[in-house]
Every structure is written in C-alpha cells, then in structure tokens.
Ligand binder design. Sequence first.
Ligand SMILES: Cc1cc2nc3c(=O)[nH]c(=O)nc-3n(C[C@H](O)[C@H](O)[C@H](O)COP(=O)(O)OP(=O)(O)OC[C@H]3O[C@@H](n4cnc5c(N)ncnc54)[C@H](O)[C@@H]3O)c2cc1C
Length: 310
Amino acid sequence: MSSETDTKAMNDMTEAPVGSEGGIRRVAPEVPFTDVMNGDSRWEIPVHDHGFVALVDSMPRLVPEGQTADSAIVQAARVSYGAGTKKVNEDRGLIRYLLRHRHTTPLEMVEFKFHIAMPIFVARQWIRHRTANVNEYSARYSIMPDRFYRPSIENVRKQSTSNRQGGDEPIEVGTAEEFLKLLEDSEALYTRYLDLTEKGVAREIARAALPVSVFTEWYWKCDLHNILHFLSLRMDKHAQIEIRDYANAMYDLIKGIVPITCEAFEDYRLNAMHLTSLEIEAIRKGQPLDSTNKREIAEWEAKRADLGLD
Ligand SMILES: Cc1cc2nc3c(=O)[nH]c(=O)nc-3n(C[C@H](O)[C@H](O)[C@H](O)COP(=O)(O)OP(=O)(O)OC[C@H]3O[C@@H](n4cnc5c(N)ncnc54)[C@H](O)[C@@H]3O)c2cc1C
C-alpha cells in the first residue's frame, strides 16, 4: 500500500463515527455487516452412515455487506483499515497472487470451527495434521456410542498391486460379503463391552476391545492456510477414499464463504501439478525421464497422461 493510501486509511479512521466507552474508541462499520452463515448455528453434511462434517463457526463471522470472508485475507494482506477501499476484482487479483506465490500468512486470518463425527481409523489419519486445535470425545469419561463404519459392498476394495497403500477396484462379491460379515462380528463385541463396563470395568480400558471402525467425534478448529493444506492432501486421489469423503464435505461447507480463495486454490493447488527438474528437462529435450527409479518413472507417466503428452 502506498503512503498516500495509508494516509487516506488513517483519515477514514478518524472520520468514521466514533463512540467512546471506558477508554475504548468504538468505530461503526462503513457499511452494515452480514453473517457469512446467514444467521444459522450450524451447517452440516452427512458422511457415510453415521458420520458428518458440521461447520459451527467462522472467523470472520460478520463481513461487510456484499463481501465474503475473503475480505479478511485482503484486509490483512494490505494491513488496511475498513472496507471497500479497493474494487472486488483487485481483491481477487491479490488473493490469486498470494496463493500463486505462497504468501500464506494472510490466509491464517480466516478460521473455521467444525464438529466432526468419523470412524477412528479416519481420525487417526486426520490427527496427523498438527496445526489444528482439537477437542475429542473422551472414551475414558463416556461410553462409546454404538456406531460403526461399514463400507458398501462396492467399496470393499481389492488391494492394489502397484500401490501398497491403496485399493481402488471392488473385490469380487463373495469375498466382500465375507469381509462385511467379519465387520458385523467385530461390532457384536459392543454388547460385551457395554456389559463389562456395567460390571465395573473402567471405560478407559474397556474401549480397548472396540474395533477402529467405531465412531469418534471432535471439534476441530483451524486457519484457512492449514485447512487448504489439509484439503490438498486429503482431497487428493492418493488419500484413502473414506477421509476424502470428509475432506470433500469440508470443502463444500467453506467454498461459499471464501469463494475467491477456493477458486484460486483449485487453480493453483488442487488441479495444479508440480514438476521436478528431471521432468522439466524431459519435456525440454523431448526425451525419457533421466531416472532408473521405477516409481519416479511411473509418476512421470501419470503426469504425462494428465498433461495429454502421450
Ligand atoms: C496419501 C498419504 C499417505 C500417508 N501415509 C503415511 C504413512 O504411511 N505413515 C505415516 O506415518 N504418515 C503418513 N501420512 C501422513 C503424512 O506423512 C503427514 O503426517 C500428514 O499428511 C500431515 O502432513 P503435514 O505434516 O504436512 O501437516 P500438518 O501437521 O498440518 O502441518 C502443516 C505444515 O506445518 C509444518 N509443521 C507442522 N508441524 C511441524 C513440525 N513439528 N516441524 C516442522 N514443521 C512442522 C509443516 O510445514 C507442515 O507441512 C500420509 C499422508 C497422506 C496424505
């Protein structure tokens, strides 16, 4: 921001209607504020049979009428004061610049708080994202509710031979049914868990008998920069489909609140591609990748296919 605009911002500040109370100078907004969640207490998307992602709060929650929560990013980036000093298209350009150049701290000015219910095996992947504030349901204090994750039969996947971590294709029906029966049997442990807690076994130790398909819940608060990092990893096709379902629901909840940032996120992160120097060299020279590493070559082939270079 130029020193000229700086001075204007300062003047605007002193000219704005001012009240004074207990030494606090109160400045009225230039335009009325509007609630980014339309006055609702919660926006919830069901995931799987018993899960959900619910947006329960947003910072900013109130934004100048006609604007979105993207405005908090622009405000921080310009370290400006007040609303509406720039046109919307200039704000969009600034946010897109920030994302392209990984100037990320202004994105940390926006935060979202979620209430989430998910199976424990999903929670274990999720908790690896260390920058969020988390408060989880305590199975020491409380009985775990009788809720278990069961995939649909098409979603009982066959172990991939190329990717040790995954499986995309459904396994044949007979084996899938056998697996679903195993899950049913493990869920039957729940009644014994309940019985034994009623006989006095401490909840903290009794829970050890429950499978990782049982649901847990937490409140999860995170800033937008780290949410986008989480989403870029967990909406990606390499993430396990179950956590991807939750990540997609989370994205659907925030997209309308920070639409300009999400558009830039899709353009520069989610649907973008990182090229290694070997890959750039291969394109430049029109030659195969200068590597003997099978996995690296396979990754390059996948990128070539995405780029339509085959
Ligand atoms: C497809 C996939 C497969 C995976 N497979 C495995 C696996 O097999 N085994 C396994 O253990 N994990 C696995 N993970 C988890 C992965 O290694 C990361 O722990 C997880 O994705 C969180 O990423 P992060 O650390 O970048 O995120 P966050 O914890 O949210 O951190 C965000 C960023 O903050 C910074 N940061 C946070 N904490 C620190 C710190 N202590 N020191 C320095 N910088 C920090 C880093 O820049 C980091 O990128 C997998 C993840 C994915 C997406």
